[in-house]
Design a protein around this ligand. Sequence first.
Ligand SMILES: O=C([C@H](O)CO)[C@H](O)[C@H](O)COP(=O)(O)O
Length: 182
Amino acid sequence: MSLMYTESILKELGQAVSGIREEELQKAADLILGAGQIFCDGLGRSGLSCKAFAMRLMHLGCRSYFVGETTTTAIQKGDLLLLCSGSGESKALISHGEKAKEKGAALLLVTGNPESTLGKMADVTLVVKAPKKEDREAASIMPMGTLFEGGSCLVFENLVLVLMKAKNETSESMFKRHANLE
Ligand SMILES: O=C([C@H](O)CO)[C@H](O)[C@H](O)COP(=O)(O)O
């Protein structure tokens, strides 16, 4: 028997990502595959979801970083900045997006708000249909930005599978790149 809220949560999550078409996912994957280095970026729980994806990119053999870590290098022409932001309006991310553009990097965005400032800057946008984090009347049983954050995880897991196929990677080949100092 499943936990009491599982059915409702899964239904909401399925609905939230139902608008993303295969071609859009492929476009996002192509940006990742064509990038020199991939910089993953996001704040709060949106950032945590993006950080988990940065790890999978490393497992896939990509040169990935999470913005703000002490070992993250400089972004340059031919790189990709991947932003995960429910609102698309977080000030620090807008400033990172501007810097990335100025350096000649591409911008991939996962957001709940394609009309936002980041939405207007991005080269490719994947939209998770979720209420704003501050919307108290939101049509979700989950609080704050949870639906977006869970939806973004689903988007990233889909992308991992598309990238695994494109790069001919398996769970076994990826596991060889997993940290062994743990
Ligand atoms: O932590 C967050 C959250 O919504 C709490 O549920 C946000 O991810 C954080 O505040 C960043 O905002 P966004 O850039 O709008 O995702």
